[in-house]
Design a protein around this ligand. Structure first.
Ligand code: NA7
Length: 538
């Protein structure tokens, strides 16, 4: 029989929930974790589509909090596959004996704060009601897959798949005519593998992406040994960057427009040959100056034109309407080369809009194509989607969904005024999706654990003025950046009707860490602890 009266409820058993549970236990607090999946892993539990991998290198996309853990685990490839990352999450759960406090296959439906008792009442779809002093939302940023609003979607008689909800038994597309809708990271990873099985593959593209090569390879044991010999320094280097990922050529200091063309081209070539997300960390003005950005955008387009033989297809694959990096850059293994195969076809839906799905396939403005199966690689209701599905009510019964109707409001992305003792891990207003998620998760979990230790079982809640100032700051610093110049999920632009607000904090994980540390050091500036407001604004 599990406890229904605990110190904390944690929602989600991905990396954030697992580490939070471990830290709460370290504080001597009791906790219950509820997880919708039937195992740990979060993102890496659900996203089992072919080719699913992390776009952060495996030696960096892992926990640093336990020296034994980081020494004993061996990654096999530069970029880990989904099954390997899932095994790692399972290893973490077993190593720290976490499963005994996790209730699987159970969704949290509501979390209501009771002012009289200063406790949260959490209910689940399994019919349980749990009372807790603290409630931690470890619900992930990309955990609500989006079904596109294409007419006739229910009419298609063949199987349909969503990359973010892939069947556990896998899918065999051998000999089938397959459609993939969407060309984000999930599509870019899965298309080369689907093409290997399918007899015909048609890719429906709304917006092409900027892509850097993975140059994936098995990890060299000497490299691994070397990293492990200096793991704490290696981790610290990552934490000190804006994106929580080590920059192989150091932080960008020069301006793209200030260097001669040949030197700039050579620098881009060096980053391209290295591969991965750090491609964009090339020059200091790439993220703010459109002319500077165009130099890297054009470099990336030139690589597409080199790789894709058919010039018309190459042009369709070239992003032209938005700056490089304004949507999350993708990292590929053989994506462009796939379009050189005779049985793979690209449809630009701006030229040939999808009109509807029918019983046998897809109708576009120019005709009909038959398919045996359709894959929706259409993304997520990012950052707020999953929280929005939980009935969260704070002081006076106020709903978080109502408070956030015009856009999310959270101080430091960690807590929202009017919702005492409710913590968000990697919430909107924190660097989260602009960073190595594990670095951000460790920082947030650490901050929350330190906070709970400091307040000694008490109550903490942000002040509205501090929250307003932070939300304004998050917005203000995003305005001059290239991030405002694309219809990205960072802005909620992929979800019809979602307010267009830039949700993550662009200031970088390094500055964010200093700010949140200073807030704590100043006695939780901008928060009320046990009812006593600390109005200092950091
Ligand atoms: P993304 O990056 O949101 O990609 C979704 C793709 O689906 C993208 O190309 C969308 O086009 C497209 N899309 C979405 N809705 C439609 C409709 N209705 N019609 C046609 N095309 C559509 O999600 P992913 O799962 O690929 O990646 C998410 C993150 O996971 C990724 O950034 C990494 O961090 C890992 P759009 O660009 O919106 O025009």
């Amino acid at each position: 029989m599990r406890e229904n009266d605990v110190d904390a409820v944690i929602v989600g058993a991905g990396f954030a929930g697992l580490y939070m549970l471990h830290r709460l236990r370290g504080l001597g607090l009791s906790a219950r974790v509820f997880e919708a999946g039937d195992d740990v892993g979060g993102t890496w539990y659900w996203n089992r589509y072919p080719g699913a991998r992390c776009d952060v290198e495996s030696m960096e996309y892992s926990f640093s909090f336990d020296e034994h853990l980081q020494q004993e685990w061996d990654w096999t490839e530069r970029y880990a596959t989904q099954p390997e990352i899932l095994r790692y999450a399972q290893h973490v759960a077993e190593r720290f004996d976490l499963r005994r406090d996790i209730t699987f296959s159970t969704r949290v439906e509501s979390a209501h704060y009771d002012e009289a008792s200063d406790r949260w009442t959490v209910t689940t779809d399994g019919g349980e009601t749990v009372s807790a002093r603290y409630c931690v939302m470890a619900t992930g940023c990309l955990s609500s897959p989006q079904v596109p609003g294409i007419p006739g979607i229910a009419d298609f008689e063949g199987p349909t798949y969503m990359t973010g909800l892939w069947p556990h038994e896998g899918v065999d597309f051998t000999g089938q005519k397959v459609a993939v809708i969407g060309t984000g990271s999930s599509a870019i990873q899965s298309i080369p593998l689907i093409a290997k099985q399918a007899s015909a593959l048609t890719v429906y593209q709304r917006t092409p992406n900027y892509i850097a090569p993975a140059h994936n390879h098995p990890l060299d044991p000497d490299y691994v040994a070397d990293v492990k010999a200096h793991y704490p320094d290696f981790r610290e280097e990552a934490r000190d960057t804006a994106i929580g990922i080590r920059l192989p050529f150091g932080p960008p200091e020069q301006l793209a427009l200030a260097v001669p063309d040949a030197e700039r081209e050579a620098h881009y070539r060096k980053l391209w040959d290295y591969g991965g997300l750090t491609m964009l960390a090339s020059y200091a003005d790439i993220g703010i100056d459109l002319r500077a950005n165009e130099t890297i955008a054009e470099f990336l387009r030139a690589r597409i034109r080199e790789k894709v033989r058919d010039p018309e297809t190459a042009e369709k694959l070239c992003p032209k309407d938005y700056p490089a990096g304004a949507k999350r850059m993708c990292v590929d293994i053989g994506y462009y080369e796939t379009f050189n195969l005779d049985h793979v076809h690209l449809v630009d839906i701006n030229e040939e809009p999808i009109e509807r799905l029918t019983a046998t396939g897809i109708d576009t403005a120019t005709g009909h194509r038959d398919f045996d199966a359709i894959v929706f690689a259409t993304g997520f209701d990012a950052m707020t989607g999953t929280l929005g599905k939980i009935d969260i009510r704070g002081r006076g019964g106020a709903k978080l969904a109502d408070k956030w109707a015009a856009g999310p409001r959270a101080y430091l992305g960690l807590m929202s005024a009017g919702f005492p003792n409710l913590f968000l891990i990697t919430g909107p207003g924190s660097p989260s999706v602009l960073s190595n998620m594990i670095v951000s998760i460790e920082q947030h979990v650490g901050w929350i654990a330190d906070c709970l230790a400091a307040i000694g079982g008490g109550t903490i809640e942000p002040l509205t003025e501090a929250e307003d100032a932070w939300v304004e700051h998050v917005n203000m610093i995003a305005q001059p950046t290239i991030y405002m110049r694309a219809n990205s999920w960072y802005l909620g632009a992929n979800i019809p009707g979602k307010p267009r607000i830039f949700m993550p904090y662009v200031g970088g994980v390094n500055s964010y860490r200093s700010i949140s540390r200073e807030v704590a050091d100043k006695g939780y500036a901008g928060f009320a602890v046990n009812g006593a407001p600390n109005a200092e604004i950091v």
